[in-house]
Write a protein that binds this ligand. Structure first.
Ligand code: NAD
Ligand code: UDX
Length: 464
């Protein structure tokens, strides 16, 4: 087949791998190559066990890999050979120096820019796919503009809005594709070239364009709004517990207002994932940097409520279980930050496990996809931890279940069988409100949901 475009993506992570697999799948006449500094990651992409678990990803990689999708180690040559370069490297929170704990750490990003500059022998379009602070493109342009000779670079912003667990569907049917560019002749030409790629499978009215700064900022703002909804409903869940209201009923009534909408109103142990916290902190840093402390503290409160919600969950376990967890066995159902992913980055389960171990509980962790990552996250813990994929084996002999991830399989477990295998009185803390609480209560559990009255068999309340 005649190759019409040669596309490179630098960064073979949760975004680079799936998003490039989708482009290769939808555009068989484009050649798509993904590179990474981690050879281990590249080798995994070339193996039968992909480094990222995403429903539907295996199938698309199987259909394209070796045909028009390639995972390669030789970054320098690939920069030379390709005309369109997506950059999808990680942009974590900076942990040192100015802005530590808040600002984005742009070292990986800048290294990539310098590498592109060093190895390019022809003009290229460079596309920011990573989530970046507003005005990053300016720094990229400044680095790339030091190119010698006739080579020129056009920098575009094309933030990725996919969510993990639903990435393949989000990439195939996105709500929108956003492309930001300079509004110069060459900027608009590059913008049109990138639009053409997406137009292969995405309706034109969903491909929106903007100036480059609006595009960069829109990504941070979209994540901040989503996280804010979770913190809003979680803040309400605390009030519901005091006022005998039911947060699911409140969310339903509120969400039916079409101006508010029903999505992202599930009360939980708090949001996790590699994006929300880092992107809000980055937004907070930017607001402070631009002299807007009131705006900064508004967004910071979203993160504070998230931390509060996790602490509330722990406090609830402790007070319901007679204020001591020492020597008790607690089974954690789900360690991933959400269902349908093995990703545990910023998962509330990490903090909750540390806190349970600090109370000298024994923790048994179960998860269908995230046990390897869980063991890595907890490698420095000295407390007693066991990893067991089978939820029935994990729960057997435990004093309590703490459901932390909304995996569908947990809805379908035989809780009668589990109850029988546990130490009595048996406790169930549903950190996702996904179980049938009345049914579990009838089985014999003392049930503690989020934002709803507890269902307890004890005659005397723990506060009495
Ligand atoms: P990731 O850590 O999974 O992947 C990033 C990859 O980049 C790593 O494999 C790393 O080895 C590689 N890398 C770093 N520096 C490099 C260099 N100089 N050359 C080559 N490779 C290099 O991260 P991710 O989750 O894919 O996120 C990437 C970006 O996309 C971040 O900015 C993130 O905020 C954003 N984003 C993530 C998601 C998500 O759901 N994970 C969604 C939207 C946007
Ligand atoms: C998010 C954004 O949704 C996505 O657009 C962006 O590109 C990357 O960041 P992701 O973090 O993968 O995606 O998952 P998301 O579905 O947004 O969930 C984030 C966290 O919020 C999870 O821990 C999830 O369990 C939690 N959540 C979500 C709730 O607690 N309640 C909800 O109602 C929704």
């Amino acid at each position: 087949m005649n190759i019409k475009k040669k596309i490179l993506c630098i960064g073979a992570g949760y975004v680079g791998g799936p998003s490039m697999a989708m482009i290769a799948y939808k555009c068989p006449d484009y050649r798509v190559t993904v590179v990474d500094i981690s050879h281990e990651r590249i080798d995994a992409w070339n193996s039968s066990e992909l480094p990222v678990y995403e429903p539907g990803l295996d199938e698309i990689v199987r259909k394209t890999r070796g045909k028009n999708l390639f995972f390669a180690r030789d970054i320098e040559n690939q920069i030379k050979e390709n005309d369109i370069i997506f950059v999808s490297v990680n942009t974590p929170t900076k942990m040192f120096g100015t802005g530590a704990g808040m600002a984005a750490d742009l070292q990986y990003w800048e290294k990539t820019a310098r590498q592109i500059l060093e190895h390019s022998r022809s003009s290229k379009i460079v596309i920011e796919k990573s989530t970046l602070p507003v005005k990053t493109a300016l720094a990229m342009e400044r680095i790339l503009s030091s190119a010698k000779g006739k080579i020129s670079f056009e920098v575009l912003s094309n933030p990725e809005f996919m969510a993990e667990g639903t990435a393949m569907n989000d990439l195939e049917n996105p709500d929108r594709i956003l492309i930001g560019s300079r509004e110069t002749k060459s900027g608009l030409k590059a913008r049109a070239e990138l639009s053409d790629i997406y137009a292969r499978w995405i309706p034109k009215d969903k491909i929106i364009t903007s100036n480059i700064w609006s595009s960069e900022l829109s990504k941070l703002v979209a994540n901040a709004f989503l996280a804010q909804r979770v913190s809003s409903i979680n803040a309400v869940s605390a009030l519901c517990e005091k006022a005998d209201a039911d947060v699911t009923e409140v969310a339903r009534a509120v969400g039916m207002d079409s101006r508010i909408g029903s999505k992202f109103l599930n009360a939980s142990i708090g949001f996790g994932g590699s994006c929300f916290k880092k992107d809000i902190l980055n937004l907070v840093y930017l607001c402070n940097y631009y002299g807007l402390p009131e705006v900064a503290s508004y967004w910071e409160s979203v993160v504070k409520i998230n931390e509060y919600q996790q602490e509330r969950f722990i406090a609830n376990i402790l007070s319901s279980m007679f204020n001591t967890l020492a020597g008790k066995k607690i089974c954690i159902l789900g360690f991933a930050f959400k269902a349908d992913t093995g990703d545990t980055r910023e998962s509330p389960a990490i903090h909750i496990t540390h806190r349970l171990l600090a109370e000298h509980a024994q923790v048994i962790i179960s998860d269908p996809k995230a046990l390897k990552n869980a063991a890595f996250d907890l490698k420095d813990e000295n407390g007693e931890i066991t990893y067991t994929e089978d939820p029935y084996r994990a729960a057997s002999g435990c004093h309590a279940l703490a459901l932390l991830t909304d995996w569908n399989l947990y809805r379908k477990l035989d809780y009668k069988k589990i109850y029988k295998s546990m130490i009595k009185p048996a406790f169930l803390f549903d950190g996702r409100n996904i179980l049938d609480h009345k049914k579990c209560f009838k089985i014999g559990f003392n049930v503690y949901p989020i934002g709803k009255p507890a269902l307890s068999h004890f005659k005397v309340s723990p506060d009495a």
